[in-house]
Design a protein around this ligand. Sequence first.
Ligand code: CUA
Length: 363
Amino acid sequence: MAQRVVRPKTNLGPGFWPITVLIVVVSAIMVYFTETSDWPIGLVPAGDPAGSIDALFRFLGSVAACIFNIVVIYTIYFAIVFRRPKNAPPNTIGVQIHDAPVLEFWWTAIPTILVVILSIYSVKIWHDLQNTQGDVLTVEAIGYQFGFQYRYPKLANPVSGDMHLPVNTPTTIHVTSRDVIHGFWLPEFRMKADMVPGLINTYRITPNRVGTYRIICSEFCGIAHSQMRARLIVDSQQDFAKWFAGQGGAQAAGGGGAAGAAVALSSGSASAGQALFGQKCSMCHSVGGFDQKIVGPGLGHIFNDPAHPKLVNNTAPTPQDVAAIIHNGYSGDIGTMPSAQVNGLSNTDIANLVAYLVSLSKK
Ligand code: CUA
């Protein structure tokens, strides 16, 4: 038979208040060091949003330190103070407390308030990251096995290897992949996004320190995943302008728009296009009518569909205009298709695909 050791309910033991003061003091010291250290140690903050993410991280660390102290120190204290008395039988149990509404209210209310504060704080930072309005520069980062390419506005050719960004410039980065899933991790900016073929993930950063930082693939993507690293070089405005001009930025500035018009279509092979369509397009497009959508519309009758006399970008359904959409990609109400560059399509591939689509519309 269990013998009860009955204590008055309000008895918290002889050392409860001194121990509580100890918890407050230890917690205050830990919060002080958490908030004033350069935690997370070893990661230089190279620009926004590193500062706000570090602040959130330190806040989490401070709250966690307080909870740790409360739980661990009180547990040790009560285990010692209310241990089984020496002369009590071995099957003695402690006081069984049921229905303590005041206690239950507070242990529900305090964690709820904490979680709500953390949620609001996190969502606010997330909103700032995603709010790309007013950004000065937009760069596409494209992963492939095993490296990174970058496309800059007004640069005809993609840049491989190192990524350059000008300092103090709010920059939107569109992240995608050409083959398998990679990760685009900028540890010095605390930002990471998956690079997924056919999908564009977006985040924004504002570098505020000139220097060289790391770009790391953070998804296992094949045999050379561990070598899939590059450098992000943050230049002064002048150095960036120099580098940009060196990449052909100046002379390409007037071009752009009608790039698809340069694709020579006459040599396209419908049978080669059919094979390629099966590999590259059929995940998202059927060869049925426009309404037979998978992700994008069906492409079986794009050249002779009375219900859709125009292409999705409102141009006439000519082979050259279709080639332009495949080349440039498309983004609109019905969805987003990455550019030929991202999809890994050469100009010959585009000519073959257009030849195949023309042959479908003739059937
Ligand atoms: Cu790309 Cu790992």
